[in-house]
Design a protein around this ligand. Sequence first.
Ligand code: NAP
Ligand code: ZN
Length: 348
Amino acid sequence: MKNIKAYGAKSNDADLNMMEIERRDILANDVKIEIDYCGVCHSDIHQVRNDWGNSKYPVVPGHEIIGRVVEVGADVKNFKQGDLVGVGCMVDSCQECKSCEDGLEQYCENGMTATYNGKDEHLGGHTFGGYSEMVVVREKFVLKVPENLDTKAVAPLLCAGITTWSPLRQWNVKKGDKVGVVGLGGLGHMGVKFAHALGAHVVMITTSPAKAEDAKSLGADEVLISKDEAEMKKHANSFDFILNTVPVGHDTNPYVALLKRDATMTLVGAIDEVDIHGGGLIMGRKRLAGSLIGGIKETQEMLDFCGEHNIVSDIEMIDIDSINTAFDRVVKSDVKYRFVIDMKSLKN
Ligand code: NAP
Ligand code: ZN
């Protein structure tokens, strides 16, 4: 066991501060990673502030982790010292249930182990995330990161990337489809990039007219201001797929009205109550779906796709001591479009 430096919150109304946490000694199947960068996901804020009512303190957030392998266990086959690697939202699962067999560890029937605030089977207590110097992770949950990309900007792919990639693939978004992405934040900006790269006609659906130009430069073909009822009406019944990243409970009916017959809207943001009128689904055989991150195999495919197509996130770099301000700015939608922490700043 080793004590290392981390940044976390001791309660739901406390700022994040420097603290010490323990990491296990590596086991035969483990990879030890020195963390270079960690993205700041809106989920980090939900967890620190206990928005979902299940937080365990202290919370050390961070599930968009990029680093270098510093040591591997005796049975590790796919990684060696010096490799550039990533860790996303999961660090373990049972590996025996149907979901794990299908490569969908995020839906593990025995409960996957979340990178932070999950049950720590080794040290007891709960897991601590990537706002820290180092992490020890079971090999199966470590991703290979293409070396040709800007490493800092790869970090958000580990959550924002896979969370948007997975539903776009699941619902078979393809060339020529009209795809809407609701909410231009960390997830939304990756949704736009991926839908564009898959050949779709992409419509950014936003509450913020000021983001229109950015949306277009990220790959949106059109921008639709969701508060403009007349414009929303013009797009009624025309979308093949909508990815909804709104981070809070909301009225989904105006978005469902945009779907074509038999089309789907997938929620990824609102882990919360949403309003839906059955009639909006029934008249048109429309579907409202949900999606949680993505499996390990699919995450590797997404990273490889990004390597081939030169796709990374748009980021603002920060030092760890700016994290509390960064949290407030994310809540105000004031970030373009993901904060990434330079974890070297934790050592200073
Ligand atoms: P974010 O950067 O804060 O972006 C959310 C965007 O949604 C905002 O930029 C804003 O875009 C829009 N928005 C905010 N409040 C809204 C409201 N009341 N009504 C309509 N639109 C609103 O957040 P993020 O990091 O992308 O995360 C989005 C959500 O996904 C969070 O709740 C996070 O916890 C969740 N999440 C889920 C998964 C999963 O596996 N399902 C994985 C990661 C994150 P505009 O200004 O363009 O309207
Ligand atoms: Zn996340």
